[in-house]
Design a protein around this ligand. Structure first.
Ligand code: IPM
Ligand code: MN
Length: 335
């Protein structure tokens, strides 16, 4: 029984297994947290997917949640619960760091990127309609307030983690009005931070540069509209070994939800094959957000040591042979 209560959304598919690993490791490590599990199975109210009130109340009370992956339902009228959560709690900044794991080699060394994704609008605004059959329109919504708060968040974050440079990723050469506004607001906000360099990059160029020489981004915090951040964060994960490794934090003014970047992986669900690292590292971001830095270091060090300790202790996504529970018990040994 811990001193702090955190809402736990275990999630779908592999969510159950990786959440179990987190719970086992946390209790072995005596992290002072009590999990409050909630069910987020949506109900359809007036044609809208709606979160169960208990889940909303729990997150509002605890202010902090850890979340496994939620499957996105197919078909009209069913919105992604991932997006519903981000919107319900106004989690406007999605922080996605990505760091090479010493002891797990990929063709890229020295990756240490920090990407901040606008998390409430852009191509994710969900405004789409058919004009006439065969012609559809999807609205990419970019607003000054949402752009301003995420850009300011990025500069504040750069200051907090001592990175001297903010790179604004956009495609204003083509999306002249929407991305143009994002760039305009970034120029304004940058003036408030004379100690931080700002530069602007076209999205396609950032893809090229990140895959050519990711170490160029070691001193950088990137900030960008929603869909670009979705894509670039998967690209970044690919540089270090895949989505099984990368954490994220959905940050709002009062509430934060920490979640793995990956999906629910129905193909391997229930088989004990999933890698809990992304959720574990997300939980470390959560602990640091709660100022439990020593606890975060303890978990993170044990996870990294386990990955580095050999293929027999790594899960299949990392070309290893370990089951989820074997990996978890090795992490516990390495605490
Ligand atoms: C992510 C995911 C989600 C997104 C999906 C599951 C809706 O890919 O968190 O990156 O597109 O944002
Ligand atoms: Mn994604």
């Amino acid at each position: 029984q811990g001193q702090y209560t955190v809402t736990l959304i275990e999630g779908d598919g592999i969510g159950v297994e990786i959440s179990q690993a987190v719970k086992d490791i946390y209790s072995a490590a005596k992290i002072p947290i009590t999990w409050e599990p909630v069910d987020v199975t949506p109900t359809l109210i007036n044609g809208r997917t709606t979160l169960p009130q208990e889940a909303v109340d729990s997150v509002n009370k605890n202010k902090v949640a850890l979340k496994g992956p939620l499957a996105t339902p197919v078909g009209k009228g069913h919105q992604s619960m991932n997006l519903t959560l981000r919107r319900t709690f106004n989690l406007f900044a999605n922080v996605r760091p990505c760091k090479s794991i010493v002891g797990y080699a990929t063709p890229y060394e020295d990756v240490d990127t920090v990407l901040i994704r606008e998390n409430t609008e852009g191509e994710y605004s969900g405004i789409e309609h058919t004009i006439v059959p065969g012609v559809v329109q999807s609205i990419k919504l970019i607003t000054r307030p949402a752009s301003e708060r995420v850009i300011r968040y990025a500069f504040e974050h750069a200051k907090n983690i001592n990175r001297p440079h903010v790179v604004v990723v956009h495609k204003a050469s083509i999306q002249k009005l929407s991305d143009g506004l994002f760039v305009e607001v970034a120029n304004e906000v940058a003036k408030e931070y004379p100690g931080i360099k700002v530069s602007f990059e076209l999205l396609d160029n950032t893809c090229l540069k990140l895959t050519a020489d990711p170490a160029d981004y070691k001193d950088v915090v990137m900030v960008m509209p929603n869909l670009y951040g979705d894509i670039l964060s998967d690209l970044s994960s690919g540089l270090i070994g895949g989505l099984g490794l990368t954490p994220s934090g959905n940050m709002g003014d009062t509430v934060s939800i920490f979640e793995a970047v990956h999906g629910s992986a129905p193909d391997i669900a229930g088989k004990g094959l999933a890698n809990p690292t992304a959720l574990l590292l997300s939980s470390c971001m959560m602990l640091r957000h709660m100022h439990l830095n020593a606890d975060a270091d303890k978990i993170e060090n044990a996870v990294l040591k386990t990955i580095a300790s050999g293929a027999e202790n790594r899960t299949g996504d990392l070309h290893g042979s370990a089951s989820t529970s074997h990996f978890a018990s090795e992490v516990i040994k390495n605490l």
